[in-house]
Write a protein that binds this ligand. Structure first.
Ligand code: PAF
Length: 261
């Protein structure tokens, strides 16, 4: 598995890929868990070459504390990429990803301002800008994104369509712990008590008939609720628990609103 750090190295590598070979891409911020592994594993099955990027993108963090405490277990991450059969890991430095000092920004004017975007102003500008830069560098045929970040997935898909990017954005189902907690790099920061409480988040979202009922139930159970909303055929939510931010979503058909319970 190759590890590349500079833009020029990655561009050289991309130019050396024979025309008939398909490239699959998994963009990450590291702290890889089984959810990321599932993305890499799927890319491995569907593409000739698999590129993973590990870059803690500063422009998508609206809270500097969150950026500074973001876990970065590099050796473990490289091991996970190797285990899953990645061909190349791209580990750029901050300065090389932003030679323009973030003067050029991708901004979506509607969906990016709701829910996550409302709670975290500027977040999706940072995400879309870095994803476009990475897409331009890696020039993948397919890019793999988890459904846990549903709003991000929709915005990336729509950006690819709006800007005529010649690639397929492949959605991959959320991976959960056996108790229902959606996997997230931030879960390692949960105290044992918060970890025990955390699965109640997905449970309340599923078991409530309305978003309001889910929010009320979560507040009653000690979560600080940022939002719970039914949109785009899904129930989406964000909460804080013991200082850790958790997000989750599921199709409305899998909640009491959809009748399946
Ligand atoms: O989902 C993430 O980990 C990040 O938002 C992404 C897509 C790697 C962009 O920094």
């Amino acid at each position: 598995m190759r590890q590349l750090h500079t833009i020029a190295e990655l561009q050289d590598w991309r130019q050396s890929v024979p025309a008939g070979k398909t490239v699959g891409f998994v963009p990450t911020m590291g702290a890889l868990h089984r959810g990321h592994r599932a993305l890499i594993e799927r890319a491995r099955r569907e593409c000739d070459l698999v590129v993973v990027s590990i870059f803690v993108n500063p422009t998508q963090f609206n809270d500097p504390k969150d950026l500074h405490s973001y876990p970065q277990p590099l050796e473990k991450d490289l091991e996970a990429c190797r285990d899953e059969g990645a061909d190349l890991v791209f580990l750029p430095r901050r300065e090389s990803m932003y030679p323009d000092d973030y003067r050029y920004v991708v901004h979506e004017r509607e969906a990016s301002l709701a829910l996550e975007g409302k709670q975290r102003p500027g977040h999706f500008d940072g995400v879309l800008t870095v994803v476009l830069k990475l897409f331009n560098l890696v020039a993948p045929h397919r890019a793999y994104f988890g459904e846990k970040d549903w709003q991000q997935l929709q915005l990336v898909k729509e950006m690819a369509a709006a800007l005529f990017l010649p690639l397929e954005v492949v959605p991959c189902e959320t991976v959960r712990e056996s108790d229902g907690l959606a996997l997230s790099s931030r879960n390692v920061r949960l105290s044992p008590e918060a970890r025990a409480q955390a699965p109640r988040f997905a449970a309340a979202m599923r078991e409530a008939a309305t978003a309001e009922e889910a929010a009320e139930r979560l507040r009653g159970e000690g979560f600080a609720v940022e939002y719970v909303a039914d949109r785009w055929g899904r129930r989406l939510g964000a909460v804080q628990l013991g200082g850790v931010r958790l997000i989750d979503n599921m199709p409305l058909s899998q909640t009491m609103a959809g009748g399946e319970g």
